[in-house]
Design a protein around this ligand. Structure first.
Ligand code: CP
Ligand code: NVA
Length: 307
């Protein structure tokens, strides 16, 4: 049966752990010059409705490095733009490709592709979730901290697709997650409740970034206005005043705390240049890890390797 990755809750804790371990292994193998080719003869399609630097290029590079090919499809240049139905597009593309990596607005859209395409569908970001990013972020935490058990993970900023996906990760893995979001910009309440009910998870929600960051081992932030929120920058800048991850805020975190940012970053808004470029920042390692995680995901869903 094909495996889709539409949300992190599609994975068990064991599957998530195995993807992280395999991504770390593939990274090490690549650094040793070993060529893995599990995608030989396979083609991955990337159908994107929104801009992307990292996710697009990391998936294309991963597909090519693993011996496969990739085709980038800007949705606006297809017949979708002239109202060809998703169901028809999905059936046709599924006949050409071995996997579809999709970046779009509504989560329902990736679910519709998964339903109608005969090949695995991977969510490369929707308004609700960014699962492949959080897998790369978890991999980064494992690399720099040896694991995520016993760590306090803070989220500071918008309750967006990234925050929702961290909640899903907390639900699957039983993480301690301390979120600070301004009033009116909270993550999805159902996801908060679900994560709170999960075994081993501890989820707290505050409107004060200092509360979330106090004693945190990992501090996450992201842009205040995600793709799709264009035009809300000014009102959001007002609502998010005091939510900048700066040195004063980081002073409240654990001494060895690391900072994650999925990028692109807006220096001086959600994070200062000093913190992003400073010794506690793992953002650049995190960005590179996207490719190793993309390789692990593609190998799993296309390469026929069991996890
Ligand atoms: N972090 C991330 O998803 O970046 P892109 O928007 O550049 O893909
Ligand atoms: N939350 C951001 C992430 C970009 C990678 C957005 O959706 O635009």
């Amino acid at each position: 049966m094909k495996r889709d990755l539409l949300a992190l809750t599609d994975l068990s804790a064991e599957e998530m752990q195995r993807l992280i371990d395999r991504a770390i292994e593939l990274k090490a193998r690549r650094q040793r010059g070993i060529l893995d080719r599990p995608l030989t003869g396979k083609t991955v399609g990337l159908l994107f409705d929104k801009a992307s630097t990292r996710t697009r290029v990391s998936f294309e590079a991963a597909a090519n490095r693993l011996g496969g090919g990739s085709i980038f499809i800007s949705a606006g240049d297809t017949q979708l733009a002239r109202n060809e139905p998703i169901a028809d597009t999905a059936r046709v593309l599924g006949g050409y490709l071995d996997a579809l990596v999709i970046r779009t607005y509504a989560q329902q859209t990736v679910a519709d592709y998964a339903r109608h395409a005969a090949v695995p569908v991977i969510n490369a970001l929707t308004d609700d979730y960014h699962p492949t990013q959080i897998l790369a972020d978890l991999m980064t935490v494992v690399e720099v901290r040896g694991g995520f058990e016993g760590l306090r993970i803070a989220w500071v900023g918008d309750g967006n697709n990234m925050a929702n996906s961290w909640l899903n990760a907390a639900a699957v893995l039983g993480l301690e997650l301390a979120l600070a979001c301004p009033e009116g910009y909270l993550p999805r309440t159902d996801l908060i409740e679900k994560a709170r009910r999960a075994s081993g998870a501890k989820v707290t929600l505050s409107v004060d970034p200092r509360e979330a960051v106090a004693g945190a081992d990992v501090v996450n932030t992201d842009v205040w206005a995600s793709m799709g929120h264009e035009g809300q920058e000014a009102e959001r800048a007002t609502a998010f005043a005091g939510f900048t991850v700066d040195s004063a805020l980081m002073a409240l975190a654990a001494r060895e705390a690391v900072v994650l940012h999925c990028l692109p970053a807006h220096r001086g808004e959600e994070i200062t240049a000093e913190v992003l470029e400073g010794p506690q920042s793992a953002a650049w390692r995190q960005a590179e890890n996207k490719m190793h995680m993309a390789a692990a995901i593609l190998e799993w869903v296309v390469g026929g390797v069991e996890t």
